[in-house]
Design a binder for this molecule. Structure first.
Ligand code: SF4
Ligand code: SF4
Length: 442
């Protein structure tokens, strides 16, 4: 069986959070394959530890994916501050005799180094066009955990587990491998907190992760971490603001200083994203929909809201609101240029991660979250049929069936983009429907 088919059968999706089915990405032909090991979200510690624990597997999976897309070069991007990771990978690349193909490039410790388009520029000097994707400049990007999953797929192993960091204002910070479908609350309790009444949880990193409205969910292949903070923490108050409230606050105070634009990573790459104009549009109820279409260029990195704006306003929310209105009218952005180059000021406007962590009020929690071997054996797992971009998986099991760990339980619908799902534990299917397959452990 070809590697592409193995990747498809293994149900691999982008482990960095976007959830795009990997087999669809690897069906392209590219000049470069890039590995995103930047892990630029503060407090998350998955990728940097996986690259130390499984360097050979990750390098081999990455190189195999590179050969599959016929890339002439495979480049791994890691922050230079992770010295041990950089030296381990360089040593193993050489030991595996892949030095003429795979290269490690060190990234600056800035946010958002892991934004796909920022990464492409930092590693190749190419700028992905506005509203575009890396393949338009000859690049395919995979996350380091995805590379590990590709290696496992080459051995016939499906994705049934996920690595997750539990971080924040908690007694036990840790990173752990858990079966897909594990109740989120079981993972959160590993933090040493039993009662979450005074806490709020961010699903993902503190910058881009949303606040969880309920802790009743289940781990998916997309989860990367949970950040637990006290309800009154600055970040939680800021992230919990409703759209209506942000509109009122924005209207009252925007001074049009354009700091949100001047530090916007997409603007700095040469794109036309200018959040201060979206603020102006909202505040003065301007009707020029042509200008508003630039709201499509936002990558939702949250830098403008959580760092740049001196008045503590919500320019990203303004973008989102306007984009939503345009989508309702079916008005899309059409790029005007074919080629882009970064703004001359870019190198002076990159945001050091340390400053960001301090601004977010996370300095006290910016500590190691070591990988732990604790086995989390929840009684049941509920595996979502839709954890990815594309159509939900179609269950191929029924209530009462006995399944083995790794067994296919949901397939990609005919002629659709999607990803297969597999049993993450051995047991009996006790529910199948409403978007989940639930398995009770043997
Ligand atoms: S939103 Fe904030 S940073 Fe942007 S122009 Fe208004 S005051 Fe300045
Ligand atoms: S969230 Fe703000 S800083 Fe980030 S891309 Fe969007 S407009 Fe730019």
């Amino acid at each position: 069986m070809s590697l592409l088919d193995l990747v498809k059968d293994a149900g691999i999706i982008g482990a960095g959070g976007a959830g795009f089915p990997t087999h669809a990405k690897l069906a392209s032909k590219a000049e470069y394959i890039l590995m995103n090991g930047a892990e630029c979200e503060p407090l998350l510690r998955v990728d940097q530890q996986l690259m130390i624990l499984f360097p050979d597997e990750i390098i081999k999976g990455f190189a195999e994916a590179g050969r599959l897309v016929e890339a002439k070069k495979a480049i791994i991007g890691i922050k230079g501050k992770h010295k041990e990771v950089v030296s381990t990978l360089r040593e193993r690349i050489s030991a595996l005799q892949l030095g003429d193909y795979v290269e490690v490039k060190e990234l600056a410790d800035m946010y958002p180094a892991g934004d796909e388009q920022v990464l492409v520029y930092e590693l190749t000097g190419r700028v992905v066009p506005e509203a575009g994707i890396p393949i338009q400049v000859g690049c395919v990007v995979v996350n380091s955990e995805t590379a590990l999953n590709i290696y496992n797929a080459s051995l016939g192993k499906a994705v049934t587990e996920k690595y997750i960091t539990v971080a924040g204002d908690i007694p036990n910070r840790l990173t752990i491998k858990v079966p897909v479908g594990t109740p989120v609350i079981d993972v959160l309790k590993l933090s040493g907190i039993e009662n979450f009444d005074d806490y709020t949880v961010i699903d993902g990193g503190p910058m881009m992760g949303p606040v969880m409205s309920s802790l009743d969910g289940y781990v998916t292949k997309k989860n990367k971490g949970f950040v637990i903070l006290k309800k009154q923490h600055y970040l939680i108050r800021k992230k919990s603001m409703k759209m209506d409230q942000t509109k009122r606050i924005n209207r009252a105070s925007c001074e049009q200083c354009r700091m949100c634009t001047d530090l916007c990573p997409r603007y700095l790459l040469g794109h036309n994203m200018q959040p201060h104009k979206m603020m102006r549009t909202l505040n003065y109820t301007l009707a020029d929909t042509e200008e508003q279409k630039i709201s499509y260029l936002c990558c939702q990195c949250n830098l403008c809201e959580l760092f740049s704006c001196p008045a503590g306003l919500y320019p990203k929310a303004a973008n989102q609101y306007i984009k939503q209105k345009l989508m309702e009218q079916n008005l899309r952005y059409q790029p005007v240029q074919k080629e882009y180059s970064p703004r001359k000021s870019r190198e002076h406007r990159l945001l050091p991660s340390k400053r960001l962590v301090a601004r977010l009020g996370l300095r006290d929690f910016d500590k190691p979250a070591p990988m732990t071997e604790i086995g989390l054996n929840s009684e049941q797992v509920s595996i979502a049929t839709s954890q990815h971009v594309g159509a939900p998986a179609v269950p191929v099991v029924s209530v009462g069936d006995h399944v083995q760990a790794g067994q296919l339980i949901g397939k990609i619908p005919e002629n659709s983009l999607g990803a297969a799902i597999h049993a993450s534990i051995a047991g009996t299917v006790v529910e199948c429907g409403n978007g989940f397959v639930t398995i009770r452990r043997d």
